[in-house]
Design a protein around this ligand. Structure first.
Ligand code: ZN
Length: 351
């Protein structure tokens, strides 16, 4: 991946480029993004630039042996760590990222802007929580203790350090603090507040900015993983829910809750929650007479205007707060059936 292929985030590109050019390469960096904004793409382009044999015009060449290995994600000195669990796609009893590397590569090559839910699907652990367990730390320590194959930088691209437990962090700490020469850790997080402080405090943080609508459309175009299908499914479910609430049909509202709880993974349930928050925000903005910033698709305008005319502002604010609570509790393994039933019930009562 070259810098020129990055969608949006020109300032971050510039910052990374000048770090590399001026030899101020931070040995541990934390890229913090809202999911899908390109932190992984940035990390890949940065490492490719650092290791390129013939960089020119502030970008990697894309043609030297190192760039070619990077473009296939098979560079021998670049390692990937991401949350995994046991699943049908590996026979390993204690799987690490290595067990799923083939699927990670396929996914990241098809679309480096993938989401956590895409990753879980790609490695076949939709119904489980991905974790970065201590076996992973051992494997990284082993890999970094070997001499580098090329004479460039060794890099560990560490996706979602918030999924690492204390034991894993403890094992890695010394390495992150004092890595061998020309070794970098690039952490990519969606929840910096959940990254263990011991790791967080040793990293230089970089904020990857949210994409504009146009940029997000481009990213969506790259995604071969039924984004549109998911959008339509979520939209149908949300409108069934709202129509049920408006027509005071508690039975159909509860059925919607069942459908939400039956979404195949926690990540998908959380994705639906953030979709729902976004829809409620649109309703709220239309109520505030600001449809121009509500970013509503033309064919959905009638639905949103209709909802805006029937919901109170307090319904919107309370619902968004309640959705946030549900998201936090999903992460704590509370029964999703209970959570969604309670949520729709509150919505039903507060309209
Ligand atoms: Zn090159």
């Amino acid at each position: 991946m070259k810098f020129s292929e990055i969608i949006g985030n020109r300032e971050v590109v510039q910052a990374l480029r000048s770090m590399a050019d001026s030899d101020r390469v931070a040995h541990a960096m934390l890229l913090y993004e809202n999911e899908g904004c390109g932190a992984l793409a940035l990390a890949l382009a940065y490492v490719q630039y650092l290791n390129c044999a013939n960089p020119s015009g502030g970008d990697s060449c894309g043609e030297c042996p190192s760039c070619r290995q990077m473009s296939k994600l098979i560079h021998p000195d670049v390692h990937f760590v991401f949350p995994v669990n046991k699943g049908s796609k590996t026979s390993d009893d204690k799987p690490t990222s290595e067990s799923y590397l083939k699927f990670w590569r396929e996914l990241a090559l098809a679309n480096p802007y993938f989401t956590e839910a895409d990753l879980q699907k790609a490695i076949g652990i939709e119904s489980k929580n991905g974790l970065i367990a201590v076996a992973e730390a051992k494997s990284i320590i082993g890999k970094l203790s070997l001499a580098s194959v090329t004479d460039g930088y060794k890099a560990v691209i560490f996706y979602l350090p918030e999924k690492m437990n204390q034991e894993t962090a403890n094992r890695l700490l010394k390495l992150v603090e004092e890595p061998p020469e020309k070794t970098l850790f690039l952490f990519i997080t969606h929840a910096p507040e959940k990254v263990l402080q011991t790791i967080f405090s040793r990293c230089q943080s970089v904020r990857v900015m949210p994409l504009t609508r146009e940029e997000a459309d481009k990213v969506r175009g790259m995604n071969p993983f039924d984004e549109d299908e998911q959008y339509m499914m979520f939209m149908d479910l949300f409108s069934d829910l709202m129509n049920g609430i408006m027509s005071r049909d508690l039975m159909s509202v509860l059925e919607c809750a069942e459908t939400m709880a039956a979404l195949e993974s926690r990540e998908k349930q959380k994705a639906f929650c953030s979709f729902m928050s976004e829809c409620i925000r649109k309703i709220f903005l239309i109520r505030q007479k600001m449809p121009q910033i509500a970013d509503v698709r033309e064919q959905e305008m009638m639905f949103y205007e209709n909802m805006a005319s029937k919901c109170k502002d307090t319904f919107c604010t309370r619902t968004v707060t309640n959705i946030e609570k549900v998201v936090a509790l999903i992460d704590r393994n509370v029964s999703s059936k209970m959570l969604f039933c309670d949520l729709v019930n509150r919505m039903f009562l507060s309209i």
